[in-house]
Design a protein around this ligand. Structure first.
Ligand SMILES: Nc1ncnc2c1ncn2[C@@H]1O[C@H](COP(=O)(O)OP(=O)(O)OP(=O)(O)O)[C@@H](O)[C@H]1O
Length: 577
């Protein structure tokens, strides 16, 4: 990612929370966290001064100062402990608030306008939205806050100890030929040079980690996702005895995880060699540099110890960017992924529904020039204009793959390719039933009421009554049983639950996409008759292949190679009983 892209990407993700309704609380909390960190730096400066007094007292065998100085240290250390604990606690508090805010935003963007579905339709869901929301937001918030607070803390440390080091360094004379150069604050210059070079080398070694970290997360998520799919489709795979095929898939995906991790290990090894070497060298460097002044008598033991400690602090502060390289690499990868996800969400959000619902005062449902296309622009159904009176029944037929389900998706407003309008009466309820009903996790009551909340607004008696009507009387005592109902109920039973939902919702129009495909024919007939008795004014549009469906409908909309035709269905005379 280019630097400008990275900065823009960072800003896109960062600024929202800090301009939100929570901004004042967030700024207040951040202010306290930063102040506590500054206080810690101040205490470390005091401890550094204490070093001088303490070692000078030791060198002078001054026992009278020994205990008071230890007492002073204890007080400083205790204060430091309390501040350090609260600095982290409050930083975590800010982190959880920020994460909550961002997660809410992303979850609602993902759910709004059926983006979760559209991402799949346009093929952009390859990159695991669940991981973006659950893991990447968390990482973004914790890494950003950590970096922000630490950078400020290290800069303050640098400034404070640069002054200390400058004052302690004195002057060193460097003979060059016949000249004697006097260098003021030479220890400070040396530590700046040392860390500057260190950071640059770390960049050379560490930059490959950015891409590798990004890929690692992606490969891990793909591997996890492939296993989730096996769990979700366990029965089909077990019937096919598809274990070997799955094993091959797992091996490939896990192979990607491992190969990338090996590359990551190699690169991290180089970086670790380098950063450890760098850190060890930083221990002896100040001793070597201060030695001439100490042995020359210009500095006491206290001064030497204070110098070593101050050099270490300046060193730590400057080399923060060396040790933190890995974190920055991770943050860049997270920013890259989250921005990619945001862009995909924006793209699908910009896709308007192909067919818009227009509310009016007509008593019928009217399709005006409804045409359906595929994502690549090919036309699937040519423009179609029809009117259905309230309570009428239309059967959509046609060869497999001709576009029946896609026509229903278009009318439901979830398919973004095509055009036209659907006119319905104000506030008419329209319900769409897919072939495989979705049953949420939880109680049977919740599955039955879905997508309405199971808040008790529908009485137990009416739920039980509906269950009996759709031939699920044996489940009436299980309304409050929590389970994965899509695993327990057969597909036919799930389809009967979906019919039960129609009776509960009482829509004005219902669109059924092969919603009885798993039922035996007598049951299918009974359910359609039940709808006729209970909801005589509800218009029904069904998609299906079965011949038995004809007797339940009045008209047939036949699709053939994108062209539609409408005909009435003649009722066969009923045999005399
Ligand atoms: N997301 C998509 N991207 C590209 N093509 C798609 C997509 N979804 C569906 N199609 C194509 O659209 C065509 C119509 O599919 P659709 O599911 O509407 O057929 P159908 O008539 O309902 O078939 P069936 O009777 O087998 O259920 C198919 O050729 C299918 O491959």
């Amino acid at each position: 990612m280019k630097k400008a892209h990275f900065l823009r990407g960072f800003w896109n993700l960062f600024h929202g929370y800090w301009h939100s309704e929570e901004k004042w609380k967030a700024c207040g909390l951040l202010g306290v966290v930063i102040s506590l960190n500054f206080a810690m730096v101040y205490l470390v400066v005091l401890i550094n001064e204490w070093y001088k007094d303490f070692y000078d007292a030791l060198q002078a065998y001054n026992y009278e100062l020994f205990w008071p100085l230890l007492g002073q240290f204890t007080a400083l250390a205790l204060l430091h402990i309390v501040i350090a604990v609260y600095a982290i606690y409050l930083q975590q508090l800010l982190q959880i608030r920020w994460r909550t805010w961002m997660t809410k935003r992303y979850v609602s963007a993902w759910l709004n306008g059926q983006s979760y579905y559209r991402l799949q339709v346009v093929g952009s869901d390859m990159d695991n939205p669940d991981q973006r929301i659950q893991d990447d937001i968390n990482q973004f918030v914790s890494l950003t806050l950590g970096l922000l607070v630490n950078i400020l803390k290290q800069l303050t440390t640098l400034a404070a100890f640069a002054v200390v080091l400058w004052n302690l360094s004195g002057v060193i004379e460097v003979p060059v030929g016949s000249w004697n150069f006097q260098i003021y604050g030479y220890m400070l210059w040396f530590s700046l040079l040392y860390s500057g070079l260190g950071t640059w080398f770390a960049h050379l070694v560490g930059r490959k980690l950015i891409r590798l970290n990004y890929d690692q997360q992606r490969y891990e998520a793909d591997f996890r996702f492939s296993m989730t799919r096996v769990r979700e489709n366990s029965e089909s795979i077990a019937f096919y005895r598809g274990e070997d095929a799955e094993r091959v898939g797992f091996r490939e995906r896990f192979g990607n995880v491992i190969n990338n991790f090996r590359a990551l290990m190699r690169q991290t090894k180089f970086l670790n060699f380098y950063s450890n070497f760098y850190a060890q060298l930083a221990i002896i460097a100040p001793l070597v540099l201060a030695a001439p002044r100490y042995f020359g008598g210009a500095m006491q033991l206290g001064g030497l110890m204070q110098t070593v400690s101050a050099f270490g602090r300046v060193q730590d502060a400057l080399s923060y960017f060396v040790t933190v390289y890995d974190t920055i690499a991770q943050l860049i990868a997270v920013i890259y992924r989250l921005n990619g996800f945001t862009e995909h969400l924006d793209e699908v959000e910009a896709l308007k529904p192909a067919v818009s619902r227009i509310d009016g005062d007509r008593e019928e449902l009217v399709l005006a020039e409804v045409a359906v296309a595929l994502p690549d622009g090919r036309q699937l159904v040519t423009p179609c204009s029809l009117a259905f009176p309230r309570g009428s029944r239309l059967l959509v037929t046609g060869a497999s793959g001709c576009g029946k389900s896609t026509l229903l998706r278009t009318l439901a407003g979830i398919w973004p390719f095509g055009k036209g309008a659907m006119y319905v009466k104000n506030d008419d309820k329209v319900l769409f039933l897919p072939q495989r009903p979705y049953l949420p996790l939880g109680t049977l009551r919740r599955a039955l009421c879905y997508p309405m909340p199971d808040d008790g607004s529908i009485t137990d008696d009416s739920l039980k009554d509906v269950l009996k009507r759709v031939d699920l009387a044996h489940f009436v005592d299980k309304l409050d049983t929590v389970d994965d109902w899509s695993r327990i109920l057969s597909l036919g039973e799930q389809q009967r639950i979906a019919f039960a939902r129609i009776l509960i919702t009482r829509p004005d129009w219902v669109f059924l996409d092969e919603a009885t495909s798993a039922l035996d024919e007598p049951r299918e007939q009974r359910l359609y008759e039940l709808l006729r008795e209970e909801l005589p004014n509800t218009g029904i549009l069904s998609v299906g292949h079965r011949g038995t469906l004809f007797s339940q409908h009045e008209q047939e909309l036949h699709l053939e190679e994108g062209v539609w035709s409408l005909r009435s269905i003649k009722k066969e005379p009923q045999p005399a009983v």
